[in-house]
Design a protein around this ligand. Structure first.
Ligand code: SF4
Length: 522
């Protein structure tokens, strides 16, 4: 019998997606459950005793490490610094570390101090690792095989490791990989360009497992691109529609997709039928020349705002990703991004500085052009790192660096000003054609009422947010009351974005000052 402790390192409190303050409104501790870790849990030998410690939701005690025979740590680039600190902490208790996940796969050298490095997707590499462990191998690296694993063999994640109350949403995965070829993307390097999909039976088994475990509410398809294989996704949605109907719609959904979602009304209708409520779309740039040069061809020649409105018509709001710092962009970019965010009614706009991720086409090109900062693959432990966007521009830029950072600050100031944010929320609520299927239970309703009072306390009592807050509530109630829940949810997100934006602007301004001091000294 072995005791395995699975640890998920903490994200920065100022990370874009780490809206803990919003989660607290409904009594949760953080936004999303660590799906990768509970999938790993399901792949480990059944006879092992497994515990999950998500450091975003709970504190790690030395006694937890002492309990374990082996400690598994998994994570992504924004968790790198905490991941590396954790390896040291586990070693200091005399225990061995198995490291895995996207960042150790992309940058194995950085994780050399882990005892075992299990790269790639766990479905494949866990098998040789477990065999080696059985033979008493003390250290080792287990690289991914040439061919990506067939995810129809992926087990139902071990949902019983989660304390559902800690999370706003629980993830499941239908597909890995994306057919597109964006130059800056690491998804296609890690998971390939041929989308691999699970079967309808697998998805229903995962929903069944969640349902039997008593979970209700938000389920997110954490796919790289949910619609990478449109034929398969429609089959899945038809199966989920039947399942949801027969289970009285216990879940509603969200996901990530490419903009061509807007081209397929059959798909949009199917998503609405199963109660999809939000989708994240990478818009990246609003200049066709930039999109072409960064190989984001699926976004070229589109009327982005029209596409977004089509999706709103099917009841889903869109969170949009934007990147600044591309080679071919002009000084007009900041104004164009701000205009698209405003006209497109994108409340949640994730704007970041371009970061050349490890093993991407972009990084390879920048290395060829001798523009890549060699030491940038490791996040600086002494720097205040939030995520790759704020540590971005890890290369020699074509536009003056300060101009790009000024544009970044300009966009953030504009789109996350109170007026702009609450105006977008209001306009979006008017455009959303909400047809809600999943209804909260009695306790769910009670939780929502308590959350609403907490929200009033945060936004509805003090100027200037109180004016916008009550204005939006009354107008939405009188014009499109079915969108009131979305309106409240999106207004609640302002609590996080206000804090995050202020912090980033301060950080960027300080970075600019220190670089100009360095320049003037040199
Ligand atoms: S559409 Fe998204 S996931 Fe697909 S290649 Fe482009 S950035 Fe990557």
């Amino acid at each position: 019998m072995r005791n395995a402790l699975l640890i998920y390192p903490e994200f920065s409190a100022f990370g874009f997606w780490n809206y803990k303050d919003v989660a607290k409104l409904v009594g949760a501790k953080c936004p999303a459950a660590p799906l990768g870790m509970i999938t790993l849990g399901a792949l480990l030998p059944k006879e092992w005793d497994i515990k999950l410690l998500d450091m975003n939701a709970a504190e790690l005690h030395d006694s937890d490490i002492d309990w374990a025979d082996l400690v598994f740590i998994g994570g992504m680039l924004p968790q790198q610094i905490n991941f590396l600190k954790l390896i040291d902490r586990v070693h200091s208790r005399g225990k061995k570390v198995v490291a895995g996940g996207p960042d150790p796969t992309s940058q194995p050298k950085i994780y050399e101090k882990a005892d075992y490095l299990v790269m790639g997707e766990a479905e494949d590499t866990i098998i040789p690792f477990l065999e080696a462990l059985k033979k008493g191998v003390e250290r080792g690296t287990f690289p991914p095989p040439r061919n990506k694993p067939d995810i129809t063999r992926s087990p139902v994640p071990k949902f019983d490791l989660l304390n559902f109350k800690d999370y706003l949403t629980v993830g499941i995965q239908f597909t890995r990989g994306c057919p597109f070829n964006c130059e800056f993307c690491d998804i296609i390097e890690l998971y390939g360009r041929i989308p691999r999909t699970k079967t309808a039976e697998q998805i229903l088994a995962e929903l069944d497992a969640l349902y039997r475990a008593g979970y209700r509410g938000s389920v997110e398809f954490v796919d790289d691109n949910f619609i990478g294989n449109k034929k398969k996704v429609k089959e899945i949605l038809i199966a989920v529609r039947e399942w949801s109907e027969s289970h009285n719609y216990p879940f509603y959904f969200g996901t990530e997709a490419s903009i061509n979602l807007a081209d397929d009304e059959e798909l949009l209708k199917l998503m609405q039928d199963v109660d999809f409520r939000y989708v994240f779309i990478g818009i990246e740039s609003v200049d066709d020349n930039v999109l072409k040069s960064t190989q984001k061809k699926q976004n070229v020649n589109r009327e982005i705002c029209d596409d977004l409105h089509k999706i709103y018509h099917y009841g889903m709001f869109v969170s949009g990703g934007f990147i600044i710092g591309f080679d071919d962009e002009t000084s007009e970019m900041a104004r164009l991004i701000e205009k698209t965010v405003t006209d497109g009614k994108i409340c949640i706009a994730m704007v970041g500085l371009l970061y050349a991720l490890p093993n991407t086409q972009l990084t390879r090109r920048l290395i060829r052009e001798k523009r890549f900062f060699d030491n940038s693959s490791q996040l600086d432990v002494n720097d205040i790192t939030i995520d790759q966007s704020t540590s971005g521009l890890n290369f020699i830029t074509k536009r003056p660096r300060n101009e790009i950072i000024n544009d970044f600050i300009y966009i953030l100031k504009k789109i996350y000003s109170q007026k702009s944010y609450f105006d977008r929320c209001l306009k979006l609520a008017k455009a959303l054609n909400v047809k809600r299927k999943s209804k909260p239970s009695f306790t769910g309703n009670l939780k929502n009422i308590i959350a609403f009072f907490r929200l009033i306390n945060k936004l509805g009592l003090k100027p200037p947010t109180c004016y916008y807050f009550w204005r939006n509530i009354f107008i939405v109630l009188s014009t499109n009351p079915s969108a009131l829940v979305e309106e409240c949810n999106l207004m609640a997100m302002f609590i996080h974005f206000r804090k995050q934006t202020e912090f980033i602007i301060e950080l960027m301004t300080a970075k600019q000052k220190s670089s100009s001091v360095k320049n003037s000294v040199s």
